[in-house]
Design a protein around this ligand. Structure first.
Ligand code: HEM
Length: 410
């Protein structure tokens, strides 16, 4: 383990419980030493890893088209690879071919068309919260919007949304680290159920003669009929879309509202002019919260020198989005939230070849979800203190629960 003279810091370890509890003071201390450093690999298949804390270094690496995301060629001989295939760990030419299908589906004009539907869902869910005496804004609202959105876009019936939520949550935990055997087994079961569910749905749609133009699943099926992607890839993509867009967007909505509500001056700015400020507010919240704290590992076939540090070929490189987005060299007073700040260059969705396909959809979901909460903010208050819990995840960051109470019930 590397130690730093004059400090008590060892090599950065993203799975250290103290880091998971609150990573930001750690990011600040490491970033102050150097923007790129060696540390403890969160992936047990590698002996060591490199962490990028600085915004400029992160940006430069993400522009490097020679970096790879598929770890398999870099595993030592005999090390097994059990990772389910997914777009974020695929390299060209497969990545380019598969991603093209999704960029067509998620193009701006199509995604903007979902806004009204998302707004209606947010209104309905808030109405349902009103029926509950002491609701939880995460479970009862932030949790339901992303799953409801992607399930509706995929054309899945309402009655299947609850299972989709449970399986996604169990599977999400497997992408993270530090889970016990029980978590791991629950996630394996969820993957099986998910696969089984989508296998049936995809087979059904492959046989169908009435493919629906606005159903994402049907459009994936159409892409497989035209030979653009395989049947297995349809399955992997459908599953990945649910997982990739679920916890991330839930964190943005639930944690985003929490952070805003704790800064009444900023909340007041948005409340006064939601149409003029919501889009920028969501970008600033993305920067401040970084629902995904670090990107998938990147690898290089040759040594890479960045910020005067040489990373040996084949070592995993982790871009710490949470740290880069709070780099004082890029953002003034980075720990503060300023809803009128231009934060649109943040790295919360990554950058370059693997930049988030669902970025615009997620932003629209958050804008509409926050619009309803901000409009209705006088009806409720956040419960103080211990009810507010953070999820114990190393890859993502967000609230587990956010209890509220109704003011008119007092
Ligand atoms: C606030 C919400 C979200 C955040 C913060 C987020 C973040 C990210 C990040 C950081 C990446 C890049 C990973 C890397 O480079 O290693 C990514 C990729 C991806 N995201 Fe999102 N995401 C969000 C919502 C969504 C939604 C709603 C969808 C779709 C329904 C989605 C689908 C994807 C897909 C398919 C990829 C893989 C792209 C590729 O590898 O080419 N995401 N996301």
């Amino acid at each position: 383990m590397q130690t730093h003279e004059g400090t008590n810091l060892g090599g950065f370890d993203p799975t250290d419980p103290a880091v998971i509890e609150d990573p930001y003071p750690f990011y600040a201390r490491y970033r102050a030493i150097a923007p790129v450093q060696e540390g403890v690999s969160p992936d047990p298949r590698f002996d060591r890893a490199w962490f990028v804390f600085g915004f400029a270094a992160a940006n430069e690496l993400l522009r490097d088209r020679t970096l790879k995301s598929d770890p398999r060629p870099f595993l030592a001989d005999g090390v097994e690879d059990n990772d389910p295939p997914r777009l974020s760990i695929t390299d060209p030419p497969d990545h380019t071919r598969q991603r093209q299908v999704l960029t067509d589906l998620f193009r701006k004009s199509a995604v903007q068309g979902y806004r009204a539907q998302i707004r209606q869902m947010a209104e309905r869910l808030f109405g349902e919260l009103r029926e509950v005496e002491r609701p939880d804004l995460v479970r009862g609202y932030a949790f339901k919007i992303p799953i409801g959105t992607i399930a509706a876009l995929l054309g899945l019936p309402d009655s299947d949304h609850a299972s989709m939520r449970d399986w996604s949550e169990d599977m999400m935990k497997a992408f993270d680290l530090g889970g016990d055997l029980e978590t791991f087994q629950a996630s394996e079961r969820a993957i099986e159920k998910f696969n089984e569910y989508f296998r049936l749905r995809v087979a059904e749609r492959l046989r169908a003669t009435d493919l629906v133009e606005h159903s994402l699943l049907d459009r994936l099926v159409a892409a497989s009929r035209s030979g653009q992607i395989s049947g297995d890839e349809v399955l992997a993509m459908a599953r990945f879309l649910v997982i990739a867009g679920f916890e991330t967007t839930m964190n943005l909505i639930g944690t985003g509202y929490y952070e805003l509500a704790r800064r009444p001056d900023q909340l007041a700015v948005v409340a006064e002019d939601p149409d003029g400020t919501l889009a920028g507010t969501v970008q600033e919240l993305l920067r401040h919260i970084s629902p995904v704290q670090r990107l998938m590992a990147r690898f290089s076939d040759r040594d890479v020198t960045i910020s005067d540090v040489t990373i040996p070929a084949g070592d995993p490189i982790y871009i710490m989005v949470g740290a880069a987005n709070r780099d004082p060299a890029e953002y003034q007073n980075p720990d503060e939230i300023h809803v009128r700040r231009d934060a649109s260059r943040h790295l919360a969705f990554g950058f370059g070849r693997h930049i988030c396909v669902g970025a615009l959809l997620a932003r629209i979901e958050a804008e509409e979800a926050l619009r309803v909460l901000i409009r209705c903010r006088d009806l409720f208050e956040l419960d103080d203190g211990e009810g507010v819990l953070w999820r114990r995840m190393a890859l993502t960051r967000g609230l587990e629960t956010l209890p509220i109470h109704w003011k008119d019930a007092l």
